[in-house]
Design a protein around this ligand. Structure first.
Ligand code: NAD
Length: 463
């Protein structure tokens, strides 16, 4: 593994850069992933699983130190970072177990002398490309199913958070992964990206990131290269007139501002019934005034810094746009005074009088910015919620069971939440978007997450 150079020092979200990592156990050695594939494919499944179990344990043992690095690199609070590391270990264990019973079917047929069955086989070399916002849990949920099913992997983390991905790779290598099976590659997407997505040996690409980059990679992939693209979102929370408003406010705050709004499933549009708009807005403003913001290494704050300078510029530009398009209620200030010198801090922002035609209601901002849109009743709320190119996650706050059922049917989103935040998903349940939020070819996460990494042969055997 680790056929590329060690990763560069990380770009800080929340603090100063940690020292460069130690070289991994097998740095610089090993065959190319295509050459490593046959031996890994033929390694008994119990041995592959044992390596995954060991990698999970190593990550758990190192959860505190990896979490600290993650916070320094990406900016989310220490508790969230630790959860992410532990969740990644859980994900690896989940696939170590599920992968051992993931197999084909047998088929009844008229010939008593013939057995017909399907078998699942690995694809070969799989490219995994991940974003910075979940720098360990997203690669873990791609790499673990790829490895347990017998594929070899080329893994490129985001250049904005490479160290955490490196720690994940290191755990797999130290757990006993043979050389060439997991290959950690860093470098600019413009140079490295093309090589690892268009090489003839690459049989599949699992990508999570922006819709623009995903579309480009998807179009550039060859006929025999399978793609799984998990992309952007513009996720709504509908608040009906019958909703418990205090609870709805908590859903808005947690969905919109945890991770400083930098979650693909983060809430960005609040579609609120006009009958309760004033009351909801008052409660939300009161709640927002109590939110805390600071360095996640120094305390337990509601929001941390934005991850990169680019993120800061993007978020501030949308806040400026929102002030022209709509009515600005609170927040959106850049904090750079005492205590905030070493990070890209922006206070959580709220706009009202927003319409679905405005850019702040249509484009993914990926920051702590919420847009309030007034709607008259359920039907208008659904029409408005669905009036977007995206379809990643959507939530409704209601106490009426009829609307809860209708919402699950009517909403165009891959993740549907009823009286829950748009954010968050189980590791054992399928995850993915609809419309431009995903290629919708294969789902990630859960048992179905194994399907992407295998192909099916049907065998007819007589005698
Ligand atoms: P990004 O698209 O800029 O980068 C994602 C990854 O792709 C990085 O590793 C980057 O280096 C690489 N990349 C970019 N262009 C490439 C190319 N042409 N060829 C190969 N690799 C390329 O996204 P980001 O800023 O890192 O992450 C934020 C985006 O990710 C948001 O749009 C967010 O919604 C999305 N996201 C989606 C999910 C999901 O599950 N749907 C989860 C997290 C983040």
């Amino acid at each position: 593994m680790a056929r590329g150079p060690p990763p560069p020092p990380p770009a800080g979200g929340g603090g100063s850069a940690p020292p460069p990592p130690r070289p991994p156990a097998r740095a610089g050695g090993g065959p190319p992933p295509a050459a490593a594939f046959p031996a890994w494919r033929d390694t008994p499944i119990s041995k592959r699983a044992a390596i995954l179990f060991r990698a999970a344990q190593l990550l758990e043992d190192r959860a505190d130190s990896v979490a600290r690095e993650l916070t320094r690199e990406e900016g989310k609070g220490l508790a969230l970072a630790r959860d992410e590391v532990l969740r990644s270990a859980q994900t690896i264990r989940f696939y170590a177990v599920e992968g051992q019973s993931f197999t084909g079917e047998t088929f009844v047929n008229d010939d008593p002398d013939m057995v017909v069955y399907s078998q699942r086989e690995p694809l070969g070399v799989v490219t995994v490309i991940s974003p910075w916002n979940f720098p360990i849990s997203i690669p873990a949920r791609k790499i673990a199913p790829a490895l347990i099913t017998g594929n070899t992997v080329v893994f490129k983390p985001s250049s904005d958070a490479p160290l955490t991905g490196y720690r994940l790779t290191e755990a797999f290598v130290e757990a006993g992964l043979p050389p060439g099976v997991l290959n950690f590659v860093t470098g600019p997407a413009s140079k490295v990206g093309q090589a690892i997505t268009t090489a003839a040996a690459v049989r599949a690409i699992s990508f999570t990131g922006s819709t623009a980059a995903g579309e480009q990679i998807h179009r550039g992939a060859g006929l025999t290269t399978r793609t799984q693209m998990e992309l952007g979102g513009k996720n709504p929370l509908i608040v009906l007139a019958d909703a418990d408003l205090d609870r709805a406010v908590e859903l808005a705050v947690k969905g919109g501002f945890s991770l400083s709004g930098q979650a693909c499933t983060g809430t960005s549009r609040l579609l609120v019934d006009r009958k309760v708009l004033a009351a909801f807005t008052d409660k939300l403003l009161a709640r927002m005034r109590k939110l805390t913001i600071g360095n996640g290494l120094e305390g337990n704050f509601d929001l941390g810094p934005l991850a990169t300078r680019k993120q800061l510029d993007t978020v501030l530009s949308y806040i400026a746009l929102g002030k022209q398009e709509a009515t600005h209620l609170i927040g959106g200030e850049r904090l750079d005074g005492p205590g905030f010198e070493r990070g890209y801090y922006v206070t959580p922002a709220l706009f009202t009088d927003v319409t679905q035609q405005m850019r702040i209601a249509r484009e993914e901002i990926f920051g702590p910015v919420l847009a309030l849109i007034a709607v008259d009743g359920y039907d208008e709320a659904i029409a408005c919620a669905n009036d977007t190119e995206y379809g990643l996650s959507a939530a409704i706050a209601t106490s009426d069971a009829r609307y809860a059922h209708r919402f699950a049917r009517d909403i165009q989103a891959g993740t549907v939440k009823i009286n829950r935040t748009t954010t968050g998903n189980l590791i054992n349940a399928p995850f993915g978007g609809l419309k431009s939020s995903s290629t919708s070819t294969f789902r990630e996460s859960g048992r179905v997450g194994l399907e992407f990494y295998t192909q099916i042969k049907t065998v007819y055997r007589a005698g």
